[in-house]
Ligand binder design. Structure first.
Ligand code: AMP
Length: 295
């Protein structure tokens, strides 16, 4: 799954990104975090970005685009990623489109967190208080003056992305003023509703699945046909068994009749044979008498 979280500073992009990371096992790609790390490490990028960031201004597109291009090529981003704080200009969005196209990747969703700007200062103040309480270093741009500039930059350079992604049909707007859990639920519902949570990959496979499902759906009809055929075959088999039985019985009957006929004929022949035998016996006796008289 690859998605973008859009929203002004303090809208809760980072918080929601972390929850989605935990839920879906994605990587969070926050250009703000990467730039802060570069500043802390004193890299050439960090040195260039440091002052702009402290003032609440955006760093040049080519700088952040180069960072993202390298980052999405890393192995851990293969399973999907959440872009948090990038893109921030239409130029960056176009560069991202080109990067994804080069890698034959798509975007699953763009989630825009809609917030009431009046509440943002209070949110940022809360974040500063929490970070201080945890003993963490407070961001150089988390103050009223820098926040105003960041908001100006958002309105002028980032807000046009709402139309940019709206035109592409990938935009989803979520009420970022709701409680953190409710915002998460709304995002999850969008991702799962669009099939993004099931990840685009399976969505592409789903064409295959649909084909298979259609095949399976056809099966009952096939089964009915097969059953009909089997019934027919059984019937004709039964019929032929019946007729075979009849034939066998007829054959047996004929044989019996023949035997009966033979017996009858034999019986009929018996008296004649007896007669002939009697005649023969008498002839033999007469001949014997004649012989003895001659003597
Ligand atoms: P963030 O942590 O996202 O609020 O970003 C902090 C600061 O980093 C921003 O005010 C910018 O100065 C810089 N920055 C972060 N992401 C970008 C970006 N995509 N384009 C330009 N500047 C950025």
């Amino acid at each position: 799954m690859r998605l973008i979280l859009l929203g002004p500073p303090g809208a809760g992009k980072g918080t929601q990104a972390q929850r989605l990371v935990a839920r879906y096992g994605l990587v969070q790609l926050s250009t703000g975090d990467m730039l802060r790390a570069a500043v802390a490490a004193g890299t050439p990028v960090g040195l260039k970005a440091k002052d702009l960031m402290a003032q609440g201004a955006l760093v040049p597109d080519d700088m952040v685009c180069a960072i993202i291009a390298d980052r999405i090529a890393e192995p851990d981003a293969r399973n999907g990623f959440i872009l948090d704080g990038f893109p921030r200009t239409v130029g960056q969005a176009e560069a991202l489109d080109a990067m994804l196209k080069d890698r034959k990747l798509g975007l699953d969703a763009v989630i825009a967190l809609k917030v009431n700007e009046d509440a943002l200062l209070a949110r940022v103040e809360k974040r500063v208080a929490e970070m201080t309480a945890r003993g963490e270093a407070v961001r150089a741009d988390d103050n009223a003056e820098a926040l105003k500039k960041r908001l100006d930059a958002y309105r002028a350079q980032t807000a046009p992305l709402i139309d940019y992604y709206g035109g592409k049909g990938t935009l989803n707007v979520v009420d970022g003023m709701a409680a953190i859990d409710a915002v998460e639920r709304a995002i999850v519902a969008i991702l799962e509703g669009t099939g993004s949570a099931a990840k685009r990959k399976p969505a592409r496979q789903s064409a295959k699945k649909v084909k298979k499902a259609k095949k399976v759906a056809k099966r009952p009809a096939k089964a009915v046909k097969a059953a009909k055929k089997a019934k027919k075959t059984t019937k004709s088999k039964a019929a032929s068994v019946k007729s075979a039985g009849r034939a066998t019985r007829a054959r047996k009957g004929a044989r019996k009749a023949a035997v009966r006929g033979t017996r009858k004929a034999a019986a009929a022949r018996r008296p004649a044979a007896k007669k002939r035998a009697g005649t023969a016996r008498r002839t033999v006796k007469k001949a014997a008498k004649r012989k003895s008289g001659r003597r």
